[in-house]
Design a protein around this ligand. Structure first.
Ligand code: 3H9
Length: 681
């Protein structure tokens, strides 16, 4: 075996050369990997004893793509195109031997090879669209030639990988290896290939065609999903080019569109989020070796919407749950809703009926907190009342076993005050799920002043185990996400007093890319959260709507009117109330442009984010962006509020804030003066 460079080896098994890439963690195509493969290939081709070449990877996966961290930097070493050309035009057949995930540039490398073999657990995908890109190394031209236009369109626009069985059926791979014998089976395939009439099969030579109208109907069918994103449309155009243009011309189209996307802010935002998400998992100052506590059983207090949704996460991940309610009717209702949610998922084909039964069998409903004694993690999810939560935690302190973690799902309240009623404040923290808790991926992990490092590490680990994206927040009113909602809501309320209607505000935000605006969100959540008829002073618009029993979607009316299908329409009653409010406050209404609405709603959020950083509530600006991406549907192509602030320019943000009568924080002011950004340093 010869070491070609630190990440590539060349060896020979009889007449077959083996090029092995070993570049942890994921064998991404860095300059060293590209150069290593190219040199090894040259040597294997020059080696008179070698008749075919196997390309295989060490470690956990085949090549998982281009090295994203090299994007935007000056290119070094051989280019990927040149390398793939070299592979495809090799006079000796090249066999890609695949395990783990062949993604992006990795799959494109395999597509340039003459033969492909994979183990049954391997996965294949072109996930570039998730980075706001398209497969820029021939993937859009070769994939449809191999698997057909329909499947290629689905793969490039969703970025979702397919499994080996699918890959074999669709012709993406030529053979399946035994799980533990990839190397041997790949060598055997290489020898078999040499006996074939055409051992140098080139994907580029295959014909490709599409049904008339196929692209337009695909666009139409997915318009909602693709809304706002540039990359899906660019991917579709490339696949179209594969059908309408000769191969080399198609490659040139792909190259041009790839570079367009690469230069754009959308891809910059999405690539930033890729690393931001991975960064959020890292807790500064937490020593590497700290072991999370084992979690074998979870307790959930409260079987309402949140408690039920939270429980489902654990049940689905195979972790038994004891769920406690105060009375039989509420318990039965809660468990019934969970079952119905599972059944609905099964009906949509996303879960087998058997999996539903298994999940529900892991649930132990109870009416007594005493039944939580054997739980390793207990999550309280009762309504937002500090006294009630304190009562529950002091009871829990007497019931929970030593070492159990006690978590509150509070959205706003003081975790330290809750921890203080127990004898074990170091075992207490917040685990703030977002509604619907079985769907939304964000999990704010709220670190109390006394929370111990291993408790924090356990919460992060269990969060990932149930498929969430956990982000650490410090204790303050509303933590990261909800705290930033408040200045937005204040701005929205001021805007409707000054001249906008609720639907104007909502539209400005949905056109920006948010799934809904503040008034649609209020209608969904219920206007009466935290409101009571006894204490209502009838002063705000919300007070008046609640008093009229317009409490949001659940009552068929709120800021909007709703039909039976919950389709909203602007309400003339609300319009009248808004006008009355303005008149009552002596405000001369004016037309407010969508641009002003957007600035006044988003810039104070950016400033609140700066304050959150100032107070060390979030470790990093990118954590705030992950909260908004996964908790509130901030459009990925805008990278989150802090990234967005940077793209606008913090000097502009600070200036505009002042013009709107809002004094920016010290952090924002300083960065703006220094011409720096939150995420750009
Ligand atoms: C592309 O290929 C463009 C081409 O079409 C054309 C060009 C001309 N680069 O996710 P994990 C790091 S675009 C650099 O925690 P897992 C990651 O940051 C690319 N680094 O592990 C992390 O670092 P750290 C298309 C990468 O087991 C570490 O590896 N490919 C890359 O949960 C572990 O990652 C993709 O989009 C990369 N490409 O999941 C695939 N990939 O430890 C993106 C990973 O310091 N990658 N890292 O935080 C993935 O989807 C997942 O990482 C994978 C492993 C499924 C592979």
């Amino acid at each position: 075996m010869t070491a070609i460079n630190p990440v590539t080896d060349l060896a020979r098994d009889g007449d077959i050369a083996l090029i092995t890439v070993d570049s942890p963690p994921v064998n991404a195509l860095s300059a060293a990997v590209r150069d290593g493969i190219a040199t090894a290939l040259d040597q294997a081709i020059a080696d008179a004893e070698c008749r075919a070449i196997v390309l295989i990877c060490a470690g956990r996966t085949f090549i998982a793509g281009a090295d994203i961290s090299e994007f935007g930097k000056p290119m070094q070493g051989i280019g990927l195109h040149e390398l793939l050309n070299k592979i495809e035009s090799s006079p000796k057949p090249v066999i890609a031997a695949i395990h783990g995930t062949a993604l992006g540039g990795g799959l494109e490398t395999a597509l340039a090879a003459h033969w492909r073999i994979a183990v049954p657990s391997a996965k294949f995908g072109l996930p570039e669209v998730k980075l706001g890109l398209l497969p820029g190394a021939g993937g859009t031209q070769r994939l449809p030639r191999l698997v057909g236009v329909e499947r290629a369109l689905a793969m490039v626009t969703s970025g979702t990988p397919i499994g080996a069985a699918d890959a074999a059926r669709s012709g993406l791979i030529d053979a399946t290896a035994e799980e533990t014998r990839l190397r041997e089976d790949a060598i055997a395939l290489a020898r078999r290939a040499l006996g074939e009439p055409n051992p140098l099969k080139k994907v580029r030579d295959l014909p490709v065609q599409a049904e008339p109208g196929m692209f337009d109907s695909f666009r139409k069918a997915h318009a909602r999903k693709f809304r706002g994103f540039d990359a899906p449309e660019y991917n579709i155009r490339c696949i179209e080019a594969a059908v309408t243009q000769p191969f080399e011309e198609g490659l040139a189209t792909e190259r041009r569109l790839f570079l367009d996307l690469m230069d754009g802010v959308q891809s910059r935002a999405q690539r930033y989020l890729f690393f931001a998400e991975r960064q959020a998992a890292k807790i500064p100052g937490l020593s590497e070796g700290i072991a999370p506590r084992p979690i074998a059983r979870v307790g959930v207090i409260g079987a309402g919407t949140m408690g039920g949704g939270i429980s489902m996460n654990f049940l689905s991940a195979g972790i038994p749950v004891t769920i406690v309610e105060t009375n039989e009717a509420a318990l039965e209702r809660g468990v019934g809703i969970m079952r119905r949610n599972y059944d609905n998922t099964a009906q949509k084909g996303r879960l087998t009926p058997q999996a539903v039964e298994q999940a529900m069998a892991r649930l132990a409903p109870s009416l007594s907190l005493d039944d939580l004694a054997d739980c390793d993690l207990i999550i309280e999810a009762v309504f937002e009342n500090l006294d009630l939560k304190k009562q529950i935690f002091s009871r829990l302190d007497t019931i929970a076993k030593a070492g159990a973690i006690l978590a509150s799902n509070t959205s706003y309240l003081d975790i330290d005050a809750i921890a203080a009623v127990t004898q074990r404040p170091s075992d207490v923290l917040g685990m703030h799920f977002f509604s619907p808790a079985n769907v939304m991926r964000l999990l704010e992990i709220v670190r109390g002043a006394k929370t111990s490092p291993d408790v924090l590490a356990t919460a992060m680990a269990i969060g990932r185990r149930i498929g969430k994206v956990p982000v650490v927040a410090g204790v303050c009113h509303g933590f990261i996400g909800n705290r930033m909602l408040e200045p937005r809501q204040r701005a929205a309320n001021a805007l409707i007093l000054e001249g906008a209607m609720p639907w104007d505000v909502d539209r400005a935000l949905t056109e920006f890319g948010m799934p809904m605006g503040p008034f649609q969100m209020a209608d969904l959540a219920g206007l009466d959260i935290g409101w009571s008829r006894e204490t209502s002073r009838g002063e705000t618009l919300r007070d008046r709507l609640c008093e009229m029993d317009r409490r949001g979607q659940k009552t068929g009316a709120g800021f909007y009117d709703y039909d039976e299908k919950r389709t909203p329409t602007p309400s003339p009653i609300v319009e009248r109330l808004v006008l009355e409010q303005s008149a009552g406050a002596g405000i001369q209404r004016r037309t407010i442009a969508p641009e002003e609405i957007l600035e006044r709603c988003t810039y104070p959020m950016i400033d609140e984010g700066a304050r959150i950083l100032e107070e060390n509530i979030a470790y990093r600006a990118s954590d705030i962006d992950i909260v908004w991406l996964y908790g509130y549907g901030w459009p990925a192509y805008r990278g989150g509020p802090m990234f967005y602030g940077d793209t606008v320019g913090l000097a502009t943000v600070a200036d505009k804030l002042r013009r709107y009568g809002h004094e920016p924080s010290a952090r924002l002011t300083k960065l703006a003066e220094e011409g720096r950004g939150f995420t750009t340093g």
